[in-house]
Design a protein around this ligand. Structure first.
Ligand SMILES: [Zn+2]
Length: 197
């Protein structure tokens, strides 16, 4: 069984779907399409700049708005905010699961129905290939059986757990971001009231 290291496990609880949606800048629905270069073919994927932030400093994805004079503008064509690439270290996406499934780090009664997608700075980094594949496996499994969905979620957690553990043990600033990738919220965060969606 997968477990969160006891050194920091008491500080966390499962995140609710509402929290996952609050953290997220958009829903990831499909795998990347290799060889596509236009912004509109990247919508809803791990390369969607509307969700994860601009690839180029102070420039929207379609190029209509650029430069400091347009900072903060959201392009009316591509939907991307004119901001710096630093946004890519902060902006989460999410994947909605078709059915609630048990969290790989919890017991059978602890169900989750939404999974945060870590900022592009992680999944798009030189070491992030396995993580990006794990998210896309999860997207593909969403159309298959509950068993396959559970297997994919488990592989995602297996991919992330060593990184989260390392970040915590080394006291890295990113640890509070990374831990959300495991669908965990800090005990100190107050869960927003569940208004039924
Ligand atoms: Zn644009």
């Amino acid at each position: 069984m997968l477990r969160l290291p006891t050194a920091f496990a008491p500080g966390y609880r499962l995140a609710t779907a509402r929290e996952v949606h609050c953290w997220s800048f958009g829903l990831v629905t499909s795998a990347r399409r290799p060889g596509t270069n236009s912004w509109d073919q990247r919508l809803g994927t791990l390369e969607d700049e509307r969700i994860f932030g601009p690839l180029r400093d102070l420039e929207c994805a379609c190029g209509r708005y650029r430069g400091a004079v347009n900072r903060g503008m959201i392009c009316d064509r591509c939907g991307v905010k004119v901001a710096t690439r630093e946004e890519r270290q902060r902006r989460f996406g999410h994947i909605d699961l078709p059915v609630p499934i048990p969290h790989p780090l919890g017991d059978e009664t602890e169900l989750i129905d939404a999974v945060p997608v870590l900022p592009a700075a992680f999944s798009g980094s030189s070491k992030g290939g396995g993580l990006a594949r794990a998210y896309e496996d999860l997207l593909e499994a969403a159309g298959r059986s509950r068993g396959e969905l559970r297997g994919s979620l488990r592989r995602l957690v297996e991919e992330l757990l060593p990184v989260v553990t390392f970040a915590h043990e080394w006291g890295l600033g990113e640890s509070s971001v990374l831990v959300r990738g495991l669908v965990l919220a800090s005990q100190e965060e107050t869960a927003p009231p569940d208004a039924g969606g």
